[in-house]
Design a protein around this ligand. Sequence first.
Ligand code: G3I
Length: 321
Amino acid sequence: NETLRDAAARRGIFVGSAINYWDLQKDAAYARLAAAQYNLGTAENSCKFAATEGQPGSFNVSDCTSVLNFAHEHGMTFRAHNLIWGRSNPDWLVNGSYSPANLSTLEGTHIQHVVADVGKRPYCWDVVNEAIADDSDNSSTLFKAADPWYPAVEDYVYKAFAEAHAAAPSSIKLFYNDYGAEGTGAKASRVIQLVKNLQQKNIRIDGIGLQMHVSTGYYPSFDSVSANIKALGDLGLEVHITEMDVKCPTCNTTQGLEQQAAIYGGMLKACLDNDNCRSFETWGFTDKYTWLDQDTYPLPFDKNLQPKPAVAELLSILQTY
Ligand code: G3I
């Protein structure tokens, strides 16, 4: 029957997945399934700081563009992820004990080179990933406390977007991407504050990535996700569901699989309810390769690359909702 990507294309949205460079090389069935079912892809790790500037001033985007080329060879749009994050930084940066000013310069240089080297083909870049304070931080400030080597402090996040704005052609959308801000709430409000601050500073931000790492035990209500997507749309922002997975310890049972399918489907509907939601992506697509514990069966295809009920649910919603 119809693939996810064909049904999504008819709706004019992207349905995508993170794609792992190494798995792509070694597993032809994995590569075939990605190309068959998805019209958008993201390199799971190959476009991150540690992968693209392994040594100071030495830039190598070949693994990143290898995944981009795979996507384009199969008519898939490419989401580039990410330029600045508190993790996946090379040892020379983490251990370099740079001053905030020097770090800011280093990270600006990183952005300029990587955006230029990867070129014009990404649909968007996640310029900054996971810099905003969590609800648990009980933080009065907008951003996470800065690590000594990662200035997730106010001025640097804005500078990262300003650098990306200067480096990227206007055809590449600039996104902020985070977890735990999918439904309305304290962290989602901080994301909206970041957007307003950037807009007030006339620094370009085009979209917000809602990661959507959830579980059958906890997930934001579909209504609160839809309301949050709408609130971002009211600010002119495009929204992508960027990294959905649904940890499901009971998915060795039919009931668990049905519950997981309903969560995937509810979040897709929350996206489809809002014209500014343009992409629905999972963080990997098969339990064979997941960053999570394989015994939580988090993804739409099982470890044998067979579709779980979640796939039929997503397809049915794309076709009929
Ligand atoms: O490539 C190095 C290898 O050279 C080294 O020998 C080895 C041992 O240290 O590490 C390898 O890097 C690993 C990298 O994945 C590539 O496989 C890192 O240890 C490992 O921490 C890293 O994990 C990734 C994680 O982000 C951190 O970058 C996961 O695969 C990836 O799924 C996860 O994805 C993140 C998103 O980018 C942002 N949102 C949350 C999501 C889940 O954490």
